[in-house]
Design a protein around this ligand. Structure first.
Ligand code: BG6
Length: 509
């Protein structure tokens, strides 16, 4: 990695230390930073949660997580142990303010021993009901004060459940920490390919003249997942696809595609441009809510010969649940660049494959001179994952007599790069927070603005319990209705792989 930041010595405190996120993502990401020699000389992790276990037991568990989920899963035991010798554990009830004195003492102990200069980051990876409480209790112990060393707080998603709760949470946090101390995570922003959206757009002169309503017909954003709710049924049934993926991850992608060039690459300038996009989202009318918003829920099906349970059969999901596991929507952005250009977004669980991509559909040439097949459309496909890269589709003459045009691909894959270490999103974001760089984090007002945009959908569903919820077989591309969202206009979604539940229709490579 050729990327080095000036990072001060510090302690990372993880609340929710025995949770899944810590095990699968956070500790493996910090270990990757360690292996990439990006951690400061004096550094420690303090895991905090209720389970009554020792440092040794905690390290044993984290070692397992590192071996399963780290980039360097094949690292030797001794290399992992060197890292884990800096990982400590404290058992306490984080919901009880009276216990925070113990935390303060423990921090001070580690700080003295490891010379971490009273620089602390508090990472909240707990159930969301603790988000307002923990900052308050830290404040109660003066752990928010930056007189000696810095104090930062990272808040995991979900950031609120609707507009009101997001506003309340922002307000509460600001009672105890200053805005510049708060880092709201959206892990999509930590993805290498998501950051590359800005580079593609703003480091290349060729795209900018085309990047507007004059040349772009429509924009498509897909975040498809083949997995189901994976043991998170309790959380997901309360959230659904709109809250889980759209208000945050997909809206961030939309902002990066639609924003104006920032004056500089820094947190302030980028957040300012993204906010302008959110403010320009055309408010959804009652008609949009009925026509341009589609929700679906997967039913049981056979995928590659394997029986897949329907959503309502998943553990901790209400047997009559009306929570959406698929969401698609058409909307517009009211500004000079995008007026009249439809944006289509979709996301879902139990779709045929895992793929996140953005497709820029360009308008056809003004005159059709050649005999052409109907899928000869110029598309720029920005592949976020898993096959990270960029694909440009253009028409080419088929060799031989006449002028038959064929659509061909100009295709770049990150794997073609010599040194293609792609850091995990959490690795990048944790490092940035350690360095005090909030460029890739969400700010409070932007988060509220995206909630403001989706709130009418939540309210509509709340008030119209029988609003359509379409079924779709697990392994398919979602409800047929979502096809009509685009196909009504003689266009269609891109289908990057077969519809596994339905005999291979909808395939486009
Ligand atoms: C999380 C959602 O924020 O993002 C999950 O809560 C989802 O439901 C995940 O599976 C998708 O992230 P990624 O990085 O796998 O696309």
């Amino acid at each position: 990695m050729n990327y080095q930041k000036n990072i001060e010595n510090q302690i990372m405190v993880i609340f929710g230390a025995s949770g899944d996120l810590t095990y699968r993502k956070l500790i493996p990401a910090i270990f990757d930073l360690h292996e990439n020699k990006l951690l400061p000389t004096h550094f420690a992790v303090l895991g905090v949660s209720r389970s009554d276990i020792s440092d040794t037991e905690y390290r044993k568990k984290m070692k397992k997580g590192i071996k399963l989920f780290s980039h360097y899963k094949d690292a030797s035991d001794s290399a992992i142990d060197v890292f884990l010798s800096k990982v400590f554990y404290l058992s306490m009830d984080t919901g009880d303010g009276k216990e925070y004195g113990i935390l303060k003492e423990k921090l001070s102990e580690i700080d003295t021993e490891y010379k971490t200069e009273k620089n602390y980051i508090f990472y909240l990876s707990t159930p969301p009901h603790l988000y307002p409480k923990i900052p308050k209790y830290l404040y109660g112990q003066g752990l928010n004060l930056q007189r000696k060393g810095f104090r930062r707080i990272i808040i995991e998603k979900p950031f609120g459940h609707d507009l009101q709760s997001a506003q309340d949470l922002n307000k509460k946090l600001l009672e105890f920490f200053d805005d510049e101390q708060i880092y709201r995570i959206d892990h999509y922003l930590g993805k290498e390919t998501v950051q590359n959206l800005m580079v593609t757009r703003f480091a290349n002169g060729i795209y900018e003249p085309l990047w507007n309503r004059n040349y772009i017909q429509h924009v498509e954003v897909t975040a498809a997942e083949s997995i189901g709710v994976e043991g998170r049924g309790g959380y997901y049934d309360e959230a659904g696809a709109l809250r889980d993926m759209v208000q945050n991850h997909l809206m961030q992608l939309v902002a990066l595609i639609a924003m104006e060039p920032p004056t500089k690459i820094n947190a302030e300038a980028i957040k300012y441009e993204k906010m302008k996009v959110f403010q320009a989202l055309h408010p959804l009318s009652e008609e949009d809510l009925k026509k341009n918003v589609i929700r679906g829920q997967y039913s049981d099906s056979k995928v590659r010969g394997e029986e897949i349970a329907g959503y309502r059969q998943e553990k901790s999901v209400d047997k009559e649940s009306r929570t959406e596991t698929f969401f698609a929507m058409k909307f517009f952005i009211d500004n000079w660049r995008w007026a009249g250009v439809p944006f289509y977004i979709r996301t879902g669980k139990r779709l045929p494959t895992r793929v996140s991509e953005i497709v820029i559909h360009f308008k056809p040439s003004p005159q059709q001179l050649f005999c052409t097949n109907e899928d000869n459309e110029n598309q720029l496909i920005l592949r976020i994952q898993p096959d990270e890269g960029i694909l440009l589709k253009t028409g080419m003459k088929m060799p031989g007599n006449g002028y038959e045009v064929k659509s061909v691909n100009m295709d770049f894959h990150y794997t073609d790069l010599d040194n293609h270490y792609i850091p995990e999103a959490y690795e990048r974001l944790i490092l940035d927070c350690m360095a005090g760089d909030s460029t890739l984090f969400m700010d409070g007002p932007a988060s509220e603005e995206t909630w403001r945009f989706v709130q009418p959908i939540l309210t509509y569903w709340e008030n119209n319990k029988d609003a359509p919820l379409y079924g779709y077989p697990a392994g398919s591309w979602g409800p047929e209705k979502s096809d009509n969202l685009i196909e009504g206009e003689n266009q269609k979604w891109r289908y990057p792989c077969k519809n596994l539940a339905d005999d291979g229709i909808y395939c486009e490579l």
